[in-house]
Design a protein around this ligand. Structure first.
Ligand code: NI
Length: 258
């Protein structure tokens, strides 16, 4: 069984003490691929450097909405050159996050999101979206800027099936993380049952969002198997079949060969 963790932060300091062990454990669970996602300039550089020596891994470079106020012209230029360097498979994570009142002003987040979508369009890369407490505004923004849309994924999706369907209509993939395994998550689980198989992705968002039964601990890419098992159970499918399909979807999105 070959699994693809489509969203993790393996370069985070949380992994500094045991990164080699985490990589070994990943391999032992069949997690042969992962996308290491940047969220600011430093983590984007780190993600790009890290995946160079790791066959089957890819990187995304971009500025998270939480850091939208750092997206100067110079920063955008560096992201452009990283995206064009060949090592970066995607632009992300970018998006809108209304959750934390300390986040940059909404208009600053919208501007950073649109500029990076335009960059993705320009360099021909897919986009990883982070959307929190802003689903309706994100949808409206996308519909108003259809000319900027490239293939992409709504990461750690936790919305309703109705909302997922709107993103699917725009061509996006829907990716599920730890919350789909939680005991009281009927809405996300219903969405995970409904998303068409050719648009379904799985991820850990590690070190965050640990799934059941390791909820509350540091998460790691090897745990993507738990997401795969849960969604296979919800859909009444074999785990191996879902692993194969989601891995193929991720390869297609990130433009990776076999
Ligand atoms: Ni993330």
């Amino acid at each position: 069984m070959v699994l693809f963790d489509t969203h993790c932060h393996l370069t985070d300091a949380d992994f500094d003490a045991d990164r080699e062990d985490v990589l070994k454990q990943m391999a032992s669970y069949g997690v042969r691929h992962c996308a290491v996602i940047g969220y600011d300039l430093e983590s984007s550089r780190a993600a790009l450097a890290f995946v160079q020596g790791q066959p089957g891994f890819c990187a995304a470079v971009g500025i998270h909405p939480e850091h939208a106020d750092t997206l100067t012209d110079e920063v955008l230029e560096e992201i452009r050159s990283m995206a064009l360097s060949g090592g970066a498979a995607a632009i992300g994570e970018i998006g809108l996050d209304w959750h934390d009142p300390r986040n940059p002003e909404r208009d600053v987040q919208v501007s950073a999101c649109l500029r990076q979508m335009a960059l993705a369009r320009e360099v021909g890369k897919p986009v990883c979206f982070h959307v929190r407490d802003a689903q309706m505004d994100m949808l409206t923004l996308l519909k108003e800027h259809r000319e900027l849309i490239t293939p992409g994924v709504m990461h750690c999706f936790s919305g309703s099936w109705e909302m997922a369907r709107e993103y699917l209509k725009l061509g996006y993939y829907i990716s599920f993380a730890g919350p789909v395994t939680f005991k009281k998550a009927p809405r996300i689980q219903e969405t995970a049952r409904q998303v068409p198989l050719d648009r379904l992705l799985i991820e850990t968002d590690s070190p965050y969002m640990a799934p059941e039964p390791v909820r509350g601990h540091r998460n790691q890419p090897g745990n993507v198997r738990l997401i795969c098992e849960k969604i296979a159970e919800l859909r009444g499918m074999e785990v191996e079949e879902l692993a194969e399909i989601t891995t193929e979807n991720a390869r297609r999105l990130y433009g990776m060969g076999q």
